[in-house]
Design a binder for this molecule. Structure first.
Ligand code: FAD
Ligand code: NA7
Length: 541
């Protein structure tokens, strides 16, 4: 129990991407709280503000990569192709901000550096990079799962005299047309960049460490008829997505790969290859691609056969064929493998020929070749999920920092709450559901808003996960992940892309439908796993 004093604000929100924008609307407009959102970026949009590299787009389909809560916006909003470009998503989020008049409560260019819970006042002390100090009763961290760039420190990195950029903070003035460009990294971002850059650069050198499985995206222009059909189908779409595993807007397969004949397996793979989309190929073909090594091998072999078919130079085709399980976040692109048939594109396999150093003129590989470049692009990914938390100084009860509390590997209850950090709600914190993000974000923001609403109604001082609930949830997420092939490959979804970091579990892999069920069970059981503390004196701001 505590004696709460007046706070400057009822709630602060950190981040103005999909999560922060919706949280601001819910807490301010629906609960009637006084709220301010902060973002260190110069504009709203989060991921889509920062990632402006050529080729940046969502690879969740456009109709599912948006909020579902505003039926009017769903009816009005249109876009050009099956997948949304970075500019379209930024425009969409801008329209949401405008529609709900949110900008006046979003403070941009302002990093929140420290959060400290004051047990006497029951308030969060908030310190920003520009020297503001304020207090709030609730904190919603909408920091983004992919908002802290991983920028490997190669020998000589900073000596490069051309333009060196990370895709996660692409400068608006940078043009690559007609230039000699190098790109390190061939994940989702790197491959999107390669598809776009191969068409406009004089020379594109791709530095690939680990080959990944790419399937076609099936991107294509949409017409009026598509939107007419879509508008009449939204109720079904959202109902299906919210009950599904990955919420990508297609029916996930219930058929194990080995339960059908070889001929049928090839037919299904081919059909989904032709339809396009990475999540569809992994979850819409067969039910056990990420569980059964034989199913996984069959899918992997199908994709490898396509690489051999598409890529003309056999040596390049060999280097492009992955050797791991098909178990990273799935990737799709238009014409990825075809890019390597262009005369201006060269592939360097870093497994066979590592980077020795970066020089003022370019990249020198172990074979002694200096790859001369005007622009060097790091598509080297992010310190996923926990990265933006670890950068802040967040202190809960007893002055314990979140960094200390987490130790080597982060934990949470339901991906949203941590014991010892009362009234702090994370959107997409560690062990949130692995799925199409806007739909998962909406689920969490709505749950957080309902929970804050409940706390207000009951006049509670705080809502906080119990340590036991946090431990149980973290253990459950590890068990679920362990049943799949996902942890068998090194990737950002297990934090294994950061040198020196142990593999850790960062997601709940049992799907959005199960996750939503769990959230409503928790509420049904009167917030099972949470400590609800009463107030000793009433507070208002
Ligand atoms: P973000 O959009 O990352 O916003 C977080 C904001 O918090 C940022 O603007 C950041 O500046 C701010 N912030 C962080 N720390 C602080 C601080 N201390 N102080 C102030 N501000 C702070 N997901 C999909 O589901 N499908 C896709 O197809 C897809 N494509 C993607 C493509 C790319 C290139 C990338 C990078 C990500 C993609 N994602 C995709 C994931 C994407 O991050 C989410 O879909 C979604 O945009 C996340 O929204 P968010 O609001 O949670 O976080
Ligand atoms: P990813 O998927 O983490 O990919 C990063 C790429 O960069 C990957 O190919 C890495 O190779 C490579 N990388 C990272 N560090 C190095 C070093 N030191 N040397 C050489 N190559 C390196 O990040 P993305 O941005 O592509 O995608 C992240 C998510 O954002 C994505 O799933 C979407 O949701 C959007 P590696 O495989 O580690 O050998």
């Amino acid at each position: 129990m505590n004696n709460m004093k007046n706070a400057d604000l009822d709630a602060i929100i950190i981040g103005a991407g999909f999560a922060g924008i919706y949280a601001l609307h819910k807490l301010r407009d629906e609960l009637g709280l006084s709220v301010r959102a902060f973002d260190k970026a110069g504009g709203i949009g989060g991921t889509w503000y920062w990632n402006r590299y050529p080729g940046a787009m969502s690879d969740s389909e456009g109709f599912i990569y948006q909020y579902s809560f505003d039926r009017e916006l769903l009816r009005e909003w249109t876009w050009k192709k099956r997948y949304l470009s970075q500019a379209e998503i930024l425009g969409y989020l801008g329209a949401v901000v405008e529609k709900y008049d949110l900008a006046k409560d979003i403070q941009l260019n302002t990093a929140v550096e420290a959060l400290a819970y004051d047990e006497d006042s029951g308030l969060w002390d908030v310190t920003t990079g520009d020297g503001q100090f304020l207090t709030a009763r609730y904190v919603v961290t909408a920091l983004g799962p992919l908002s802290t760039s991983h920028f490997p420190d190669f020998k000589g990195r900073d000596s490069f005299e051309g333009r060196m950029v990370h895709t996660g903070s692409w400068p608006e003035d940078l043009r690559i047309e007609g230039k000699r460009v190098g790109v390190i990294g061939t994940g989702s971002t790197g491959t999107q960049f390669i598809c776009a850059a191969s068409k406009v650069t004089e020379q594109l050198t791709v530095f690939q460490r680990t080959a990944q499985y790419n399937v076609p995206s099936g991107n294509k222009a949409l017409d009026e008829e598509y939107f007419t059909q879509l508008r009449s189908d939204y109720d079904r779409i959202w109902e299906q997505a919210k009950a599904s595993r990955v919420a990508c807007g297609f029916e996930e397969s219930g058929t194990p790969a080995m339960s059908v004949s070889e001929e049928e397996r090839q037919r299904v793979f081919q059909e989904n290859w032709d339809r396009g989309n990475g999540f569809r190929f992994m979850f819409g073909t067969f039910s056990d691609i990420i569980f059964d090594p034989r199913a996984n091998e069959a899918a992997a072999e199908f994709i490898k056969s396509k690489i051999r078919e598409i890529v003309k130079d056999p040596e390049t085709a060999r280097k492009l064929q992955p050797t791991d399980y098909y178990a990273k976040r799935p990737i799709c692109n238009e014409d990825y493998y075809e890019s390597y048939n262009r005369d201006n594109v060269t592939l360097v396999s870093l497994k066979e020929n590592p980077i020795r150093e970066i020089t003022p003129r370019g990249v020198v590989t172990e074979d002694g070749v200096e790859h001369e470049l005007d622009v060097l692009v790091f598509a080297t990914g992010f310190e996923a999920v926990e990265g933006s938390y670890r950068q802040m100084d967040i202190r809960g009860r007893g002055g314990v920092s979140l960094d200390e509390h987490w130790g080597e590997a982060p934990s949470s209850y339901l991906g949203m709450s941590v014991s010892g950090f009362p009234n702090l709600f994370m959107v997409y914190g560690p062990n949130s559901v692995f799925s199409n993000l806007p739909t998962a974000i909406e689920t969490q923001v709505e749950w957080i808003s309902d929970t804050v609403g409940m706390a207000e109604e009951r006049g509670l001082a705080s809502v906080e996960a119990t340590r036991e609930a946090e431990e149980d949830w973290t253990t459950l997420c590890a068990e679920i992940a362990g049943r799949s092939l996902f942890p068998k490959v090194k990737s950002w979804i297990f934090g294994a892309n950061i040198p020196g970091r142990k593999q850790r579990v960062l997601f709940y892999f049992a799907g959005l439908g199960n996750y939503r069920q769990k959230l409503s069970d928790v509420v049904e059981a009167d917030y099972e796993g949470f400590k609800l503390e009463g107030r000793t004196s009433a507070v208002s701001v």
